[in-house]
Design a protein around this ligand. Structure first.
Ligand code: NAD
Length: 339
């Protein structure tokens, strides 16, 4: 039985507590939030769970084996490092830290102490994204040409991170999992419409080796909610609409074929293929429940999570590069490639 402590019971924390409370071989023993009124809600809903306004008391409590951190990003590093130093496993909300330097230190600390460091890249654990990854890896889509995503709504303006760090992080983690390739360069533009606040609208383009391009459009100031991603392949194309109640993923047997013209070798003939569309069956389990089980499994067996600290670090590196590009009005920022 893995005893779980959760720090941060604001908007997202309750989802984590609920899922860990239901997962096999785990028990939520303690919750911490700075705000006593948030803890009062925990006490009403989970009478057996202890609460504290002091996160350090939770981290060092002998009745806690692993800590889940669901505070704003600025506190992730200090709380995760304190947890690892206490010899405990940790699951950190996305993005894993405020800088790549912090994320790299967290990865080192977890390795040195042989503890599990996992990041909550929730979409990776959805049936939809797992299906898209299968279709990509099995070659059903052919060569991937583009990833194109729109993630906009009238969203909560965050004070500590810009919209890329809040929303684009979902797309970057989906791409990291599905494409298994890293961008070579990034360019981003965006603006803040509230003085003194981070950018609330952004457009991020990523370039790769080969004929693959990715674009992510995120916005907290849109009148409608859109969560739609297109993945274009040489054989088939996918549309993932997360707001669809069912049939979130649709696969289109559509595309082009290019043949040189028989009359003129310099002229190409583009043929269009318009075949069937189908909606594959998706696993229906709640992503956080799948993810909570995976974390408990990794803690129990000492295995590496799918969304490990390295995955968190890769995403934060991209977010940093995008933010640097955005402050230079879209200047292309090249990314160091892993050796
Ligand atoms: N995976 C997802 O889909 C998803 C969705 C929403 C939010 N998040 C992430 O979850 C994290 C929290 O976001 P949120 O929207 O719940 O924020 P929030 O502001 O609603 O809640 C954060 C809570 O943490 C508490 N807190 C802050 N610092 C603390 C500290 N040092 N010790 C104890 N409690 C502390 C606050 O009092 C607050 O109740 C962020 O990293 C965010 O990116 C992830």
């Amino acid at each position: 039985m893995v005893k779980i402590g959760v720090i941060g019971y604001g908007y997202w924390g309750p989802n984590l507590v609920r899922n860990f409370a239901e997962v096999k071989d785990a028990r939520v023993t303690m919750v911490s939030d700075r705000k006593a009124e948030r803890l009062a809600q925990v006490e009403r809903r989970y009478p057996g769970v202890r609460t504290t306004t002091d996160p350090d008391a939770l981290i060092t409590d002998p009745d806690v084996d692993a800590v889940v951190i669901a505070t704003p990003v600025e506190y992730h590093f200090d709380l995760a490092m304190a947890t690892l130093r206490a010899g405990k496993h940790v699951l950190v909300e996305k993005p894993i830290a405020s800088s790549s330097e912090q994320a790299a230190r967290m990865v080192d600390e977890a390795q040195r102490r042989a503890r599990v460091l996992m990041v909550d890249h929730t979409f990776v654990y959805t049936g939809a994204v797992q299906k898209i990854r299968d279709l990509t890896c099995d070659g059903d889509l052919g060569e991937i040409y583009y990833y194109d995503s729109v993630r906009i709504n009238l969203g909560l303006f965050q004070h500590d991170v810009n919209v890329l760090w809040d929303l684009a992080v979902h797309d970057l983690s989906i791409m990291d999992f599905v494409l298994q390739r890293q961008p070579t360069a990034v360019s981003a533009t965006g603006l803040a419409h509230v003085a003194g606040s981070p950018e609330n609208i952004a457009y991020m383009t990523m370039f790769f080796d080969g004929p693959l391009i990715a674009h992510v459009h995120v916005n907290w100031l849109a009148p409608v909610k859109i969560r739609r991603t297109l993945l274009g392949g040489s054989r088939r194309m996918v549309v993932f609409d997360d707001l669809e109640a069912s049939e979130k993923v649709k696969v289109y047997d559509r595309g082009i074929s290019v043949d040189p013209s028989p009359e003129n070798v310099y002229q190409m003939l583009v043929g269009y293929r318009s075949g069937d569309m189908w909606a594959p069956k998706l696993a229906l389990a709640e992503a956080l429940s799948v993810e909570a089980s995976h974390f408990i499994d990794c803690v129990s067996h000492g295995s590496d999570p799918i969304t490990d600290g390295e995955a968190g670090l890769r995403i934060v590196r991209l977010l940093e590069a995008a933010s640097a590009s955005m402050s230079a009005q879209g200047r292309l920022v090249t990314l160091e490639q892993p050796v």
